[in-house]
Design a binder for this molecule. Structure first.
Ligand SMILES: [Zn+2]
Length: 425
């Protein structure tokens, strides 16, 4: 471990989380800073000011991603920490913000100690991670790694009809930098878990091995409306029953497959939605996730077969539309090992785990060795004004980020010990 006695200034980090959380603050301690709105601009301005005060060279790219770089003894790709500062409408103060402000705190700590690293160290925040205003989510990081063209992203209209390009101009974050610059040597994102596992198991740190694959599908079921009293059961084409059967099957698939498979029906709308009418129409969503692509496909196939049989048996028409499909992402094994080891060295309990939510890191993983550090979320609550992580856990996560980034920034050889090349696709 390089600089084993180096520690972040926890008070400064906590103060900054508070200060940023005051911008767009909503009742209950939460935050609303939808991507590229006025509150997002104010949050960006504050973080950029802090970056400049810390001596970082700040660049803004065409899609509004912001990167601040601290030079190293040699030029070249920086070791990068980062996340996002946009939030959902009823967001918390920690989601995303922690990863950005802890990255900034790492830089401040290096400055305070007068440490010059071999490689540059960078802090980034990416545009529209949440996807609460513009689809897709993780837009800025996806453009950064070349997975979506800047033109397509800029032309995207949000829920209020305004395009990304227009909003970027409005808030003055349509920067001159090319998307995807600088190249990144390694990327580490500190994030709150947003789930209950670490707290429930009493573990301090999650060494995140990857992100679950996500399959979102919308189903439209068309049956026949009829009188609930006079229509014999055998003569019904009941869209409501079909929707309920699919919801039960989704649960059954997850239960029988076990492992990491999860399945959720989050929305069902019935028409005409009356007590005494057999529904003729149902609109529903299914969310399937697994860390293993083969198993995720198996879950999808099993549900598709069930739905085909169900449509036949009930005499209803069921059509589907894919809303999102991301394959699972594996983080760099060498970097995950390094995080696990560094956590143990610092006296923390640590668990290797997948991420159930999507993060910017899964995009960066396409172009450089990448991993994430999770700290516990009290009650497993996130995307909620009650989102909370204890100060001691924030301190532990930030010091671990410091330790891992320092080591990466001081190495003269390949960043992680993993075999992955850090070239662009
Ligand atoms: Zn987040």
């Amino acid at each position: 471990m390089r600089h084993p006695n180096l520690r972040v200034n926890t008070g400064r980090l906590l103060r900054r989380i508070e200060d940023l959380g005051r911008i767009g603050a909503i009742d209950g301690g939460g935050v609303c800073r939808l991507a590229l709105g006025g509150e997002d601009k104010a949050g960006r301005d504050l973080v950029v000011r802090w970056m400049r005060e810390a001596g970082l060279t700040v660049s803004v790219d065409r899609i509004g991603n912001v990167v601040g770089v601290r030079p190293g003894r040699r030029d070249g790709p920086p070791v990068m920490a980062g996340s996002h500062i946009d939030t959902v409408r009823t967001g918390g103060r920690y989601d995303g913000n922690l990863g950005v402000l802890a990255g900034l705190e790492v830089v401040e700590t290096l400055n305070d100690a007068g440490i010059e690293t071999e490689h540059p160290v960078a802090v980034a925040f990416f545009t529209n991670e949440e996807g609460a205003r513009f689809a897709p989510d993780m837009m800025g990081s996806l453009v950064y790694v070349g997975g979506l063209s800047a033109e397509d992203a800029l032309a995207t209209a949000g829920i209020d009809g305004a395009t990304v390009e227009h909003c970027l101009q409005e808030i003055g974050y349509n920067g001159p930098a090319d998307c995807g610059t600088p190249n990144v040597r390694a990327f580490v994102e500190l994030h709150v878990e947003q789930g209950p596992v670490l707290e429930a198991e009493g573990v301090d740190i999650g060494a995140v091995e990857g992100v679950q694959g996500i399959s979102w599908t919308e189903y439209t079921i068309e049956g026949v409306s009829n009188h609930a009293g006079t229509t014999p059961m055998r003569m019904r084409h009941d869209a409501g029953y079909a929707a309920a059967a699919i919801a039960a099957e989704v649960r059954g698939i997850a239960r029988e497959m076990g492992g990491d498979q999860v399945g959720t029906v989050g929305a069902i709308t019935l028409s005409p939605n009356l007590v005494n009418v057999v529904p003729n129409h149902a609109l529903m969503t299914v969310d399937l996730r697994n860390t293993d692509e083969t198993l995720l496909r198996r879950a999808e196939q099993r549900l598709a077969a069930f739905i085909a049989d169900l449509a036949d048996a009930e005499g209803v028409k069921i059509s589907s539309r894919s809303l999102a499909r991301f394959e699972p992402v594996d983080f760099d094994p060498g970097l995950v090992d390094r995080i696990e080891r560094a956590a143990r060295d610092r006296g923390h309990s640590v668990k290797r785990m997948p991420s159930g939510a999507g993060h910017d890191a899964q995009m960066l993983a396409r172009v450089c060795p990448t991993a994430m550090i999770f700290v516990p979320s009290v009650g497993g609550i996130s995307h909620n004004v009650k989102e909370f992580t204890k100060d001691s856990d924030i301190e532990a996560g930030a010091n671990l980020l410091l330790s891992v980034l320092c080591d990466l920034a001081e190495e003269s050889t390949q960043a992680t010990g993993g075999a992955r090349a850090s070239t662009r696709p």
